[in-house]
Design a protein around this ligand. Structure first.
Ligand SMILES: Nc1nc2c(ncn2[C@@H]2O[C@H](COP(=O)(O)OP(=O)(O)OP(=O)(O)O)[C@@H](O)[C@H]2O)c(=O)[nH]1
Ligand SMILES: [Mg+2]
Length: 366
C-alpha cells in the first residue's frame, strides 16, 4: 500500500468509528426512545437521591422471540409416571383393574379425588356402553381425549385493554410460587413482542423483592417503579400506572407480596391493590393467580380464596419441570372454571409457555 492509500484507509476508518457505524449493533429497536429502567421510588415523601443508573446484574436478553422450551423433555417426570402406568395397562389387557390403574396414576399426579372419580366414571361408562373399543389402547386414547376436552374453549392469550391507558396485569399468590419470576419472563416476552412494559414492584414487604424485579426489568429494558420498604403496595401500583400512562407504555405488570390466602388482613390489602389497579387510566384486564405445581390439593383452596377476594381471571402454573404432579390444575379448571394461561417449566427467561392443552397432553402421552 502506498502512503497515500494508507492515509485514505485511516481517514475512512476514523469517519466510520465516529459515525458509530463500526460500533456493535445495540439492542434497542429503532425509533424507540430510551426507557429508563429504574424510576424514583413510589410513595417517596421528601427529597430522594437522584435515580441511579440501572444496575444490570444479569446479562440483557436479546429482544427477539424467545426460544420455546422442549415440553416433552421438561415434563419428563410427569411423562415417566404416566407411561409406567400406561405400559402396565397395555401389557395387562382391559378389565376392571385398568380403571384402578388409571385412577391411581391420576391421584398420584395430584388431579384430586373428585375430578379423578368423574374422569374414571366417564371412561367406565364409555367402555360399558361400547362407545369406545374394548382394548387398553382405546381406553388410553379416550382418557387423552377427555383430558384435552377439559380445557375446551379456553384461550391462553392474555387480554389487553381496548381503551386509553395502560393495560394492567396483576399477579397474586402465596409465598414463593414464582410470581416475580413469571413477571420477569413475561416482561421479556412482551418487550420482544414490541410492547413498552413497566413493572410495578408491589412487594414492598421484602427489600430483596424490589431488587429481584429490578434485575428482570434491566434484562428486558422494562421500566420499574419501586416503593420504599413497608410502603403501601397500592401506592406503588398507582405510581406505576401513572408513570406508564405518562410515557404511553402499553403494559404494567404488577407484582405483589406472597400471602397466605387465610390471612384476612393481607387479602383485604390485595382487594385495595386491585381497586387501585383498575382505576383509570389503568385498564386491569387480568388477575393472574400463580400456583406452584408441586403444591397439591391446597392449590384448589388457594384458587378459591384468591378468586373470592380479587376475581382471578387465569392461572399460571409454575415449576412443572421436575415434578410428576401439577394435575391439580385439572381440578382448578374443572371445579372452579378458571382457565390456565401460562406454564413455567424452568427458571430461565424463556421457560414460560402459553398453555396449549393438546400440546401438553401430547407431551405427557407420547
Ligand atoms: N424450576 C422452576 N423454578 C421456578 C419456576 N418459576 C419460579 N421458579 C423459582 O421459584 C423460586 C421462587 O420464585 P419467585 O419468583 O421469587 O416467587 P414469588 O412468588 O415471587 O415469591 P414471594 O415474592 O416470596 O412470594 C425462585 O427460585 C425461582 O427461580 C419454574 O417454572 N420452574
Ligand atoms: Mg416475589
Amino acid at each position: 500500500m502506498s502512503p497515500l492509500e494508507i492515509v485514505i484507509v485511516v481517514v475512512v476508518f476514523v469517519v466510520l468509528v465516529s459515525g458509530g457505524l463500526l460500533v456493535g449493533r445495540t439492542r434497542r429497536r429503532a425509533g424507540r426512545p430510551p426507557f429508563p429502567s429504574r424510576m424514583p421510588e413510589a410513595g417517596a415523601t421528601t427529597a430522594q437521591p437522584p435515580s441511579e443508573p440501572a444496575r444490570v446484574a444479569a446479562p440483557p436478553i436479546e429482544l427477539a422471540p424467545l426460544p420455546r422450551p422442549e415440553l416433552r423433555e421438561r415434563l419428563g417426570r410427569a411423562r415417566a409416571l404416566l407411561s409406567g402406568y400406561l405400559d402396565g395397562l397395555r401389557a395387562h389387557g382391559l378389565d376392571e383393574s385398568s380403571f384402578e390403574q388409571l385412577e391411581e396414576a391420576l391421584i398420584l399426579a395430584d388431579v384430586g379425588i373428585s375430578t379423578t372419580t368423574e374422569l374414571i366414571d366417564g371412561l367406565r361408562a364409555k367402555v360399558r356402553e361400547k362407545e369406545i373399543g374394548q382394548s387398553p389402547e382405546a381406553l388410553i386414547e379416550a382418557l387423552r381425549a377427555e383430558l384435552t376436552a377439559m380445557f375446551e374453549g379456553d384461550s391462553p392469550s392474555l387480554a389487553k385493554g381496548t381503551g386509553e391507558g395502560p393495560t394492567v396485569w396483576l399477579f397474586v399468590g402465596v409465598n414463593g410460587v414464582g410470581k416475580t419470576t413469571t413477571i420477569g419472563k413475561l416482561a421479556a416476552r412482551e418487550a420482544a413482542g414490541g410492547s413498552q412494559v413497566v413493572l410495578a414492584a408491589g412487594d414492598t414487604f421484602r427489600a430483596a423483592a424490589g431488587e429481584q424485579l429490578e434485575t428482570w426489568a434491566a434484562r428486558s429494558e422494562a421500566g420499574i417503579i419501586r416503593g420504599s420498604e413497608g410502603a403501601d403496595p397500592s401506592s406503588v401500583i398507582f405510581d406505576a400506572v401513572q408513570h406508564a400512562a405518562a410515557r404511553s407504555a402499553e403494559l404494567v405488570l404488577a407484582d405483589t407480596a406472597g400471602r397466605l390466602h387465610t390471612k384476612a388482613n393481607l387479602m383485604e390489602e390485595l382487594k385495595k391493590v386491585r381497586r387501585v389497579a383498575e382505576r383509570p387510566p389503568g385498564q386491569l384486564t387480568e388477575v393472574l393467580l400463580v400456583l406452584d405445581a408441586t403444591t397439591g390439593q391446597n392449590a384448589l383452596v388457594q384458587a378459591r380464596q384468591f378468586t373470592e377476594a380479587v376475581g382471578v381471571t387465569g392461572i399460571v402454573l409454575t415449576k412443572l419441570d421436575g415434578t410428576a404432579k401439577g394435575g391439580v390444575v385439572l381440578a382448578v379448571r374443572h371445579e372452579l372454571g378458571i382457565p390456565i394461561k401460562l406454564v413455567g417449566v424452568g427458571e430461565k427467561v424463556e421457560d414460560l409457555v402459553e398453555f396449549d392443552p393438546e400440546e401438553f397432553v401430547a407431551a405427557l402421552f407420547e
